[in-house]
Design a protein around this ligand. Structure first.
Ligand SMILES: [Zn+2]
Length: 413
């Protein structure tokens, strides 16, 4: 048999054969029952990027396991008993020029339209939520809740007036920056080093205005200096929508113990990210890395591709690559080790979950939204109480969300 044909058959076999055991929900009936009783919230996903492919429909069930399925669709959200999701309007960081500010506003608008489209198409399944109470009311009616966060304040296009417009559209948190420094603050991963040593003047004005409008400050992706300054500048508790613990995985995207203590002292919350690279350092497969680089070289990145057919080719390439050079992932137990660490450090009131699904998130055992209850099964195994689990799955976040709305009211009086 020719080598290329053998390759093809192997790939086809791997694509068609998805072992059920890897994709099942937990069989822990206590975990499933708990998920049905409590409100469960994920504070970060990049699924709107997946919606850019107009042939992919979020209202349709997609069998998990392939990149083309994405990590979240509405039927799988229901299967996984996840009640509320913060959909991110993500904007890539580009150099700070007028032209790029304009483009940032445009690409944010595109994602807002896609979220609107979902809400208009499936009004009997999912509804926009802008307050904690709306999610609890939706849950009572058997509806899912869609919250909106903006990932990267660059989406404002350096225009403070745009903040009120974003609030009007339902935005309730803004991640100050992404992987590079922007006009607001320094990022934790900009190779050129700090630009402001924390927040810019615009960043400070922006936080004051976010406090006034009732938009939460998200410091995931921000540098340590930015974190401490945001903590002191904000009148409302701040939070990390998707970050892990640096003591367990040494990555600048994660929070040090000192940061976690300072966050808790200001009543903030760390929403645990379940992105494998932030959870546990895994051995690098150079063949896989080279194949990824070649794929990007050939097609560009997801956000830069303009047409569905090229996007499909990129996805297909990734599917083949995942089969040939499978990625080793951290596990649900590793994620819960991070949760344990935060609880031991500052107690149960400062921890939640922000998956980063469709933005790189996913670990073995919780690799799409239908598997969320596996985290709960692990928490139960480690003797977390129902009350603790309710706090982790949204109770703690809702506490600072309410506080933010209350402070906004006071600041507007
Ligand atoms: Zn992110």
């Amino acid at each position: 048999m020719k080598k290329s044909l053998l390759h093809f058959i192997l790939i086809l076999f791997a694509i068609l054969w998805t072992p059920a055991a890897n994709w099942g929900q937990t069989t822990n009936s206590a975990a499933l029952a708990l998920h049905q009783e409590i409100l469960t919230l994920d504070t970060h996903c990049d699924t709107p990027l997946h919606m850019m492919d107009t042939t992919w429909d979020i209202g349709v069930y997609h069998k998990p396991g392939m990149r083309s399925a994405g990590k979240i669709d509405l039927p799988r959200m229901q299967n996984g008993n996840l009640d509320g999701e913060f959909f991110a309007v993500y904007v890539a960081q580009r150099p700070l020029t007028e032209e790029n500010y304009r483009r940032a506003r445009e690409s944010a608008d595109q994602l807002f339209l896609l979220i609107d489209k979902m809400l208009q198409k499936y009004p009997d399944v999912i509804r926009l939520a802008t307050t904690p109470e709306e999610a609890y009311a939706n849950e009572k009616q058997g509806l899912l809740s869609a919250y909106i966060g903006v990932e990267n304040g660059f989406a404002l296009g350096h225009d403070l007036n745009r903040l009120a417009e974003l609030h009007q559209r339902g935005v309730r948190y803004i991640t100050l920056c992404h992987t590079r420094n922007n006009d607001i603050c320094d990022s934790s991963t900009d190779e050129s080093g700090p630009l402001y040593h924390g927040l810019s003047d615009f960043g400070r004005t922006l936080i004051a205005e976010m406090n006034r409008l009732g938009i939460l400050v998200d410091i995931s992706h921000a540098s340590d200096e930015t974190f401490y300054q945001a903590l002191e500048t904000s009148k409302t508790p701040i939070f990390a929508s998707h970050s892990c613990v640096r003591a367990l995985c040494n990555n600048p995207r994660n929070l040090s113990d000192d940061m976690i203590k300072a966050l808790a002292a200001h009543d903030g919350v760390l929403q645990m990210c379940i992105l494998s690279d932030y959870v546990k350092e895994m051995p690098v497969n150079p063949q896989r890395e080279a194949a990824i680089a070649a794929l990007r070289e050939k097609y560009g990145t997801w956000e830069t591709i303009k047409d569905d057919s090229t996007r499909r080719l990129l996805r297909q390439g990734y599917n083949e690559l995942d089969t040939l050079y499978p990625r080793q992932l951290a596990t649900v137990a590793d994620v819960v080790d991070h949760i344990d660490h935060v609880v031991q450090l500052v107690g149960i009131d400062h921890i939640g979950i922000g998956t980063d699904f469709d933005g790189g998130g996913g670990v073995s055992g919780c690799n799409d939204v239908s598997q969320m209850s596996n985290i709960t099964a692990e928490l139960l195994k480690r003797n977390y109480s129902r009350e603790d689990i309710e706090k982790i799955w949204g109770g703690n976040f809702m506490r600072i969300f309410r506080r933010s709305l209350q402070i906004s009211k006071e600041l507007n009086q």
